[in-house]
Design a protein around this ligand. Sequence first.
Ligand code: BDP
Length: 589
Amino acid sequence: MLVQEGFWLFKADPEDRGIEEKWYAGPLESAETVAVGAAFNEQLPHHLNHLGSVWYQQQFFVPEDWAGRRAVARFGCANWNAEAWLNGQALGGHSGGYIAFELEAGGCLHPGGTNTLTVRVDMKLSRETVLQDGRSVGHWWGYGDKYPPCSGDYFPWGGLQRPVILYSTGADYIADISVTTGISGSTGLVDYRVEVAGSGEVEVHIGKAEAAGAAGQLEVVDALLWSPEEPNRYRLEVALLRDGRPVDRYDLMIGIRTVEVEGHRVLVNGKPYHFQGLGRHEDFHVVGSGVSLPLLVRDFSLLKWLGVNSIRAGHYPPSDELLEAADRLGMFIFDEVPANAFYHGRVKEGESPADLVPPAFKENHKQAVHEMVARDKNHPSVVAWSVANEPNSTLALCADYLKEIYDFTKRLDSRPVIFTSCGGLDDKAQGFFDIVCLNIYYFVDRAGGDWNAVRAMVSTLCDRMYELHRKPILATEFGADALVGEHSLPPVLLTEEFQRDHVMSYLDVLESKEFICGTMVWCFADFRVPQHFGRQIYNRKGLFTRDRQPKMLAHLLRERWARPVRERSAWTDPGSSRVYIKRSEEDWQ
Ligand code: BDP
């Protein structure tokens, strides 16, 4: 396996001339250098806001003994459309960001010689990309006016942000493995299915337990179960044999655990589970949304320090490396596709709301779900599939659309399927999903300065949603911006005291309700967003700054989360402030 991280040639193509001028046919002229495995935007500051095409090129030696073998180029991701050429010959391409894809490369390879891989990444968003371009849908609350424009509240990072590898197999190889696990008494049940390309006999082992055939079950006696608290794993060894000789082998680290929704609870390994979590973006200085293993180590140690057991990978599938860290160190992941805030746009003259989501968007959305499940299905840490963030689920049209995506996802895998709603009581789609997921942003400024009124609003929303759906409720987002070092008594927006009181007030309400199966504060750390009058360079809702130092709230949450959920004392001094205007409950509807 050849890892193609490191320095690559890089060339921005703002006028999109590269294809016509055949930049793939030879060395990239007048190129710059970037590190692959990280977004280019902060590496090369003059390209920070570039949202067009970019080209990458790398040369590498391939050993002689790869001759006649199958070779595959695997890209950790390329936002949003990629095309690749090897030694000047087209390998094909892929559409869709934040997910891995593979291109067959064997036919164009020069074994025993130098090879040149050229990749064009087109970052342009549109109405049809799963993350829509804010301009083409005319987003609500000024999102269309952001720069660079995109419909998400996160920076539209670009390029080859995750590792690129080239690997080879023989003609007969293990193409895919699917594992699901169950528990019977103290025995772990591991159902496996192996897809073989070519031919051969499959043998699988976990320690001394063994099975043969492309599908079957292994029993692990006295199994040590997987959970965020005790992330026990087993090595599933899969071998492909021909005439008794091994021709391929893949080892998969698995965790034995179950996740079920029952009544108003989510059960993990048969017991009610409380998700104590945060939303997290892939974002850090210089690497942007790229992969930094030391950063992952630090982030997981901070998450453990806080007492967090779950993260919502908002708003796209995280890197393979993050999932590996979560499996190994113990953390539940709510895995999410980048479908964000659709059906909210302003309808232009001659258009209907249906035009905001063209058929190609739906196809891309399903493809994104399919690829996420295919890539991540075997991770014990992945606890649920989130198919959208804040679509306009108050529209019947959107609810029908989401139902279709729910059914599509359910056919792929048995995990709970969710979407996160900002529709409040007007939401029309949560009833179709397995867990009711609410993003809640009631602020004290809307409540006339009355923190208790904010608590009442949060409480009413949750109670009514529960009466309506009788399903567990997960508060998938709530939080407030805080500029580190800004203090005020009484608390005012953007201060550390405000963030503290806001989040603690929400937790007081949420944690008092039996049917709340978890709370996910937005968010782990401050992250870069496009320029917008409502933001101060970063989204500042982090419990940590972008360079991973704690704000005041992080210390309080650490203390709070160290106690069992039903034994937490209320935050008694919200706002340290007086009530200026009293409002009735109807005002919030
Ligand atoms: C929520 C969005 C999230 C934003 C957050 C915020 O889901 O992407 O970052 O608001 O405004 O509505 O901080």
